[in-house]
Write a protein that binds this ligand. Structure first.
Ligand SMILES: [Zn+2]
Length: 87
């Protein structure tokens, strides 16, 4: 379950990074953004049964779901940019 969501979050991060080159994209910030976004999004994908996984997989293909996740990832990018773990 986590890997499915993580793959989508990382893909969205890469897309949004390309559109916002002014935000830091170093490994530290990237890891922080992905971790923050996964924590923020995870409650929407609770449940670990096979059926649940199949539903999540389908759900992640939907534009609506990806759009909602993109908002979460963008928010995470802004939060990390304001307060990075490095100078
Ligand atoms: Zn950075």
């Amino acid at each position: 379950m986590k890997n499915l969501l993580e793959g989508t979050v990382v893909a969205l991060y890469d897309e949004l990074r390309a559109q916002n080159p002014e935000l830091c994209g170093c490994d530290n910030c990237r890891t922080d953004v992905v971790a923050y976004a996964l924590n923020a999004a995870r409650p929407r994908y609770s449940g670990g049964t096979d059926v649940g996984q199949a539903l999540i997989s389908v759900d992640l293909q939907r534009d609506q779901t990806r759009a909602a996740l993109a908002v979460i990832v963008m928010d995470a990018m802004k939060r990390v940019a304001v307060n990075p773990r490095h100078k």
